[in-house]
Design a protein around this ligand. Structure first.
Ligand code: NAD
Length: 499
């Protein structure tokens, strides 16, 4: 699909793509592909008021009917999958199959949310008082701001929006300023679902385009009870306290520094495949990308040699080409950060393999790099940081306790895994004394989660959970109800208050 065909298929008209102050560049070759309008800070009160008005209507629509809108969204996404996937590739530089995979994730969460719309269950609870019944009911909460990062430009919106919409909450989306086109296209797809649905309130799902200042207006407003923010820990450090200050609810999905432990019993062929996909996929720009390899000293040299071979044959280049596995970084600043991290790793005693800038056989103007493997003598300062690029630090270990301690000894707590065929090791890793991350896997890599599980992590990753399991509860408010169907009025805890 060429660029014009992608734009046409997604109703991205020339009017939407020109005349605005925000330049959109494709990381493939750095070329400007659009100049889009931005939302002025002065417009934000109206945006929030529209969401509030939509909330008053939408909260009363039965949840299964709300699910019907999400079902239609899933259908429209299926119809638009090829074009939207291609736009993800154009705007973010993901290889074709990952661009399509991102849209598939949107479809999957829609399917999940449709089922959920008939399962917003509360508990019934035994009352200590005769003739009383206690229960929990879950109610819509109000407008939900969704602030998203560049690297999953559409999937993260859908994880939040599909759940928020069935839970009865309008959504206000502030995408990364680097990826407004995929957001505009997603809103056009949503508009198709809305047209088929018929009677949804105006302002149910809105888009605001701009930088942190636009996000800040959502973060500050008591009219937005939920702020789901995905991005760097730096951003979360600002957003989290501001939302807390006004007693809002935040769902923070921040940086990761994900590790794999490879035990002596591991199936090394499988481990190598998992390592390469999770360290190099999306050019190392996933929050769950593998960044630290903790290999037992008995197999470490063998593993590094195998990785050397696998890395040597990795095709770096235009993400639209069928054979490419490593596309460009999002921009030259990201490449500079990668090179600076490698420099620091050398200064901290690391031996760097790969990691050079690639200029041959790739489109000119993009930031292409060879993925790097860095053998480190210890988990030094640079290893403890998230560098959003394909750098894999390798460290050795002797005992499992030592490996788990290394795995946990970073500020972030998103995703983790162990490769082992030893049941005791696997279960120890998953136990309370094991990985401290929100995601802990056995014999699969740390990246590429399915939507059925709750997604998120601990410590500086922010503690939020999105997507599957009971993550929907973050989008609703819980009411505890006690109903007295007796003719008496007993007080709890035996308290007497006779009048
Ligand atoms: P970023 O923090 O630069 O930006 C993320 C979003 O936050 C953007 O929309 C940005 O405009 C907005 N923002 C920044 N400062 C803000 C402020 N003060 N108030 C309101 N909004 C603000 O992140 P990025 O470079 O786009 O994305 C990469 C980062 O995102 C990595 O750290 C990665 O690990 C993380 N990430 C985490 C997850 C997860 O689920 N844990 C998923 C994807 C990406």
């Amino acid at each position: 699909m060429d660029t014009a065909a992608i734009f046409a298929a997604l109703d991205l008209s020339p009017a939407l793509l020109s005349g605005g102050p925000l330049a959109v560049r494709s990381p493939i070759d750095g070329a400007a592909i659009a100049q889009v309008s931005i939302t002025e800070a002065t417009e934000m009160p109206q945006v929030i008021a529209r969401a509030q008005a939509a909330f008053r209507v939408w909260r009363q629509v039965p949840a299964p009917r709300r699910g019907e809108l999400v079902r239609l969204l899933g259908e429209e996404l299926r119809a638009a999958k090829a074009a939207l996937g291609a736009l993800v590739t154009l705007e973010v530089g993901k290889i074709t199959s990952e661009g399509l995979g991102e849209v598939q994730e949107m479809i999957d969460i829609c399917d999940f949310a449709v089922g959920l719309s008939r399962q917003l269950y509360g508990l019934t609870i035994a009352s200590e008082r005769p003739g009383h019944r206690m229960m929990e009911t879950w109610h819509p909460m109000g407008p939900c701001a969704v602030i998203t990062a560049f690297n999953f430009p559409v999937a993260v919106w859908s994880w939040n929006a599909a759940l928020a919409l069935v839970c009865g909450d309008p959504v206000i989306w502030k995408p990364s300023e680097k990826t407004p086109l995929t957001a505009l296209a997603t809103m056009n797809i949503f508009a198709r679902a809305l047209a088929r649905f018929g009677d949804a309130p105006e302002g149910l799902a809105q888009l605001v385009v701009g930088g942190p200042e636009i996000g800040a207006a959502l973060v500050a407003s008591p009219g937005v009870p939920i702020v789901s923010a995905t991005g760097s820990t730096r951003m979360g450090r600002v957003v989290g306290p501001r939302v807390a200050e006004r007693f809002g609810r935040s769902i923070l999905e921040l940086g990761g520094n994900n590790a794999m432990i490879v035990a002596p019993s591991a199936d090394l062929d499988m481990a190598v495949r998992a390592i390469v996909f999770s360290a190099v996929g999306t050019a190392g720009q996933r929050c769950t990308s593998l960044r630290r390899l903790i290999a037992h000293n008995a197999i470490r040299a063998d593993l590094v040699a195998r990785l050397g071979k696998a890395y040597a044959s990795l095709p770096v280049g235009d993400p639209r080409a069928a054979t490419t596995l490593v596309g460009p970084l999002i921009d030259h600043a990201a490449r500079d950060q990668m090179l600076a991290a490698l420099e620091q790793a050398r200064a901290e005693g690391g031996t760097v393999h790969g990691g050079r800038t690639v200029t041959q056989g790739v489109p000119q103007g993009g930031a292409y790099v060879e993925p790097a493997v860095v053998e480190m003598p210890a988990q030094s300062a640079i290893v403890r940081e998230e560098t959003f690029a394909p750098i894999l630090y390798v460290m050795g270990y002797e005992t499992l306790d030592e490996a788990i301690a290394l795995q946990n000894d970073v500020p972030q707590g998103l995703s983790s895994c162990i490769f082992t065929l030893n049941l005791r090791e696997a279960e120890t890793f998953l136990s309370a004394a094991g990985s401290d991350c929100g995601i802990a896997n056995v014999n699969i890599g740390p990246s590429g989660a399915e939507i059925g599980g709750a997604f998120g992590g601990e410590k500086e990753t922010g503690g939020g959970r999105e997507s599957g399991s009971d993550a929907w509860k973050a989008y609703m408010r819980r009411a505890t109800n006690t109903v007295n169907y007796s003719a008496a009025l007993p007080l709890a805890q035996g308290v007497r208050f006779d009048i």
